[in-house]
Design a protein around this ligand. Structure first.
Ligand SMILES: [Fe+2]
Ligand SMILES: [Fe+2]
Length: 222
């Protein structure tokens, strides 16, 4: 059984530094064979439709995010690594495709560069799911835990809702489950000012882990 560490939404450069340090220590202890980041690796707040509360330029935001995400993947060098793409990741690409479709190939090239890391397999299309050991990995778009697996009728790993957890279900083929890997972003960042206070307080910091005992969510509770 491949031991898999699942990193939920990171939203760099608005990531939670201390939670990530905890993830590295946990990985040293748990010794996963594989790491999957399920998307929303970068936040790309500068390209959102929300009112801009940050003084940071898009260039600076990109530069900080690039440095942070390269550092994250460097920590898992030598493992079997996979990167998915979430709705925040292809935000810039979608904006260009709708505003200036003639720039699509140019922006598409830099998008691929932004999500290419040494020793990491990237699924560049946010609509495409990854299947490992019969389990579906996808960024997700639903908010209720269990809805993706119920739709897929198959064990599913996702993120997106920023709420970690596991739920088990059963169909005629047997038991299946959904693991949501939770959140590794910093809710105190001004980039999250558009969320309601209620939603911010329900974000669960932590990681997902799948091993021979099944899936679990490990919360970061500091
Ligand atoms: Fe997210
Ligand atoms: Fe998302």
């Amino acid at each position: 059984m491949t031991k898999t560490l699942v990193l939920g939404d990171i939203h760099a450069p608005y990531h939670h530094r201390r939670a990530l340090e905890w993830v590295y220590r946990l990985a040293d202890k748990m010794k996963p064979d594989r790491v999957v980041q399920v998307g929303d690796l970068r936040d790309q707040f500068s390209f959102s439709r929300y009112p801009k509360v940050l003084k940071m330029s898009p260039e600076k935001e990109m530069e900080l995010a690039s440095a942070a995400v390269s550092k994250i993947w460097a920590h898992f060098k030598g493992l079997s690594n996979f990167q998915l793409v979430g709705n925040h990741d292809d935000r810039l690409l979608k904006k260009v495709l709708s505003d200036s479709p003639e720039l699509a190939s140019l922006v598409g090239k830099s998008f691929r560069e932004m999500y290419t890391f040494p020793g990491v397999t990237t699924v560049y299309d946010s609509r495409q799911e990854l299947i490992l050991d019969g389990v579906i990995y996808q960024h997700g778009h639903r908010s209720k835990l269990g809805d993706h697996a119920r739709f897929n009728q198959r064990s599913t790993v996702c993120g997106h809702s920023h709420n970690g957890g596991v739920v088990f279900m059963r169909n005629l083929k047997g038991v299946y489950w959904e693991l949501n890997a939770g959140y590794l972003g910093d809710v105190r960042s001004p980039a999250f000012g558009y969320h309601s206070q209620k939603r911010m307080h329900t974000c669960t910091l932590g990681v997902g882990l799948i091993d021979e005992h099944g899936p679990r969510f490990i919360p970061y509770d500091r």
